[in-house]
Every structure is written in C-alpha cells, then in structure tokens.
Design a protein around this ligand. Structure first.
Ligand code: SF4
Length: 375
C-alpha cells in the first residue's frame, strides 16, 4: 500500500536505527507528544531499535486522557436526561467520571450513541427534531475543524436542537508548559503530524527558540518515528534547536488554511484544564459568542464542581514525561482495560492501554535493553 507499507519495512527501520546508534554520544530524553505515536512505538517495539542512551517518554497527546473529570461528570449528567440523545466517539464511553461512565448511563436506559463524526450527530439532530442532541466535542486541533463545521452548519440551518459539549485542547501551550516546568527532563519533541497538518508548524519555532529544544513534526508509522528521532538526535548532538518536518508528505509549513479559517470562525482560545495535569492558560477552545446558543454546558446547567479524584492514578506524571505506565502500582493489576482506574487505560491513544495491549513487545524491548547494557 502506498504511503504505508514502505514505512513499515524492517530494512529501512534497521538502517535508520543504525544511524541513530552511530551518532548518539550522550543521554537524551525525547517526548512524542501524540498518543498515536505512543501506540506505534510500543506496538512495533521501537525502543529496542534505539541505543540505551535514548529514552522515549510519552506526552499529553491523548484527547480522551486529558478531558477533565468535571466535563466527564457533566457529560454523564446530561446524557442521563430523558430528553437528550448524547453522541460521542466510542473512546469516551468508558472513561471513568466521579461516579461511573457513559456506558453505565446507557445501561440504565440513557440514549447514548457512538458516532464517528460530528456530522453524524448533526444528522441525528435533523432526524429527531423533538429531542436535544448533544455532541461531545473533544480533541485537539485535529478534531476542532470538523466540530466547528458541525456548529457552523447547525447555526446556518437554524437547527435548534443541536448542542456541543466542548472540551478542545491546543498542543503548543502544553509543550510550553512541559518545557517550562522546573523539573522537566525533555531534550526534544516529536510533534504530532496530524495536528500540524491543520495548524502548520511555523509557530513552533518560537517554542524551539524559547526553550532551546528541537521539535520535529513526525508521522505515525515506524519509519516515520525513527526518522523523527534521528532528526531530533542530530540536532541535539550538534546543539541545535530548530523545527524540522519529517512528515512532509502530509504537512505544509502553514498547515491547512481552510480548516484554520473554519476553526477560528467558530472557536476562540480559552484557558483549559487538562486532566491529571491542571490548568494551562490559552490551551483550549470555546465557542465564540455568536455560537454560544449551541453550547450544551450552560443550557443544561449540570456543571458540577468536584475534586479531581485520581484514585492513585499517576496519569498526569506519565503525560508530563516523568514516569511511564509500568511505574504505576495499579498497572495491569487493579487497573486494566476491563476495569480502568484512569483514562489512559481506556483510550485507544492512551499510553497505559498501549503498554497493556502490547506488553509482550515492551517486555521484549526491556530484555533487549538489559542485554545491551550487560554487553
Ligand atoms: S495504569 Fe491505570 S491507574 Fe495507573 S496511570 Fe495508567 S490509567 Fe492511571
């Protein structure tokens, strides 16, 4: 398959890995920001191709994982209303709130539906004019344009039964927050290719300059990721900190202006709370005043204030690159995909789910690391 098969070929992967080994002289910690990249790294056991000096840590780029607890609780409360059809991506169904999850609401008779796009939810609203249809608009810059498009169409078509429960996040402020933390240990970043396909990466240079870190826009296949790591290590070894684009086949420097225009028409920047991480200024999106009539939150007035009860879940430390899933005492024991304690064990982009699903590869990789050290 074009643009896929060739990025999974072992000879190419081994060639790049050898080059990384050849040029690496020091210890470097590199964070892949996106949960999709985390899954590829763990699934293909990419750490085992790297020299022991290169440590990969996992960033906050899983939208399900970072959606704050009070928004999950709000979603659960809204979904339980008899006059509501609550539409969500499948990953959100099992994310634990303070007292249960959306799947539990459905089991108790709530009309909770899994959709694959906000336009699907919009269609449900058109077909059910006597019900309130609420779409759970979660995600990063990748999902925001489609969510904005749904809001734009609903507004234009005068649909008065379609609402958005918005929990949108922006990646660059999160990188800034991680980089500016006093105890940060991140030497370089692999930025998320699909986010940059929307936003471009010209604005990332300011981050690279401010924090003196290389940032490499990177794709999601094994070869992409190893190339991204190679580009990052090359810069680190030469004491450079530039933005480079490994994912040139999908990402333009200025991104997608049409998507940006739609996004900016409907949303404006706001502060945002990241689950397990805390509030980060200017790291979220909210509906502009012209679209506030679509905002599900005040309409239903179900917002609850509750403490961010983590129940021992260390997801925040994992998403800040301070620890990895096996460091969590609950991992694979009291926290498993069937009964998750935290969102990273639920989401298809969650780091804990990746380590659990591909734990055989992780164990192999660890064993390979040990063998490398012993020789
Ligand atoms: S294993 Fe479970 S409890 Fe531990 S960090 Fe991951 S999601 Fe949280």
């Amino acid at each position: 398959m074009k643009f896929l098969h060739e990025y999974r070929q072992r000879p190419g992967i081994e060639r790049i890995a050898r080059e990384i080994v050849r040029i690496t002289t020091r210890h470097w910690t590199i964070m892949e920001v996106c949960g999709g990249q985390t899954h590829a790294i763990v699934k293909y056991g990419l750490q085992q191709f790297l020299p022991s000096q290169i440590r990969l840590v996992h960033g906050p780029g899983c939208p399900v994982c970072v959606t704050p607890l009070d928004i999950i609780d709000q979603a659960i409360a809204i979904a339980a209303r008899p006059d509501v059809i609550f539409c969500t991506f499948g990953d959100m169904l099992r994310v634990p709130g303070s007292e249960g999850d959306l799947l539990g609401v459905r089991a108790r008779g709530g009309d909770v539906r899994m959709v694959y796009s906000p336009l699907h939810a919009l269609d449900i609203a058109r077909r059910n004019p006597n019900r309130k249809v609420v779409f759970f608009a979660v995600g990063f810059e990748t999902t925001a344009p489609a969510n904005a498009m749904a809001a734009f169409l609903a507004h234009e078509q005068g649909l008065n039964n379609f609402f958005l429960l918005v929990s949108q996040f922006l990646v660059p402020p999160a990188i800034a927050a991680i980089s500016s933390a006093a105890d940060t240990r991140i030497d370089g970043y692999l930025a998320a290719g699909h986010v940059c396909a929307v936003t471009g990466f010209e604005s990332y240079q300011q981050l690279a300059d401010t924090f003196r870190v290389p940032i490499v826009v990177t794709g999601f296949e094994p070869l992409d990721i190893l190339q991204g790591i190679l580009m990052c290590v090359r810069q680190l070894e030469r004491d450079k900190y530039q933005v480079q684009n490994q994912y040139a086949r999908a990402v333009e420097p200025a991104g997608n202006p049409h998507a940006q225009h739609m996004l900016q028409q409907v949303f404006e920047v706001s502060s945002q709370t990241w689950r397990g991480v805390g509030n980060i200024p200017a790291s979220g999106l909210r509906l502009r005043a012209a679209y506030s009539v679509l905002n599900a939150a005040p309409l239903f007035d179900e917002k609850r204030s509750c403490p961010d009860d983590t129940r021992g879940c260390i997801s925040g430390e994992i998403m800040l690159g301070k620890r990895t899933p096996p460091d969590c005492p609950h991992f694979g024991e009291s926290c498993q995909p069937q009964h998750p304690l935290g969102a990273p064990m639920v989401s298809s982009e969650g780091a804990c789910a990746a380590y659990y699903r591909y734990r055989a590869q992780v164990i192999t990789s660890d064993a390979t690391d040990r063998a490398t050290h012993e020789h």
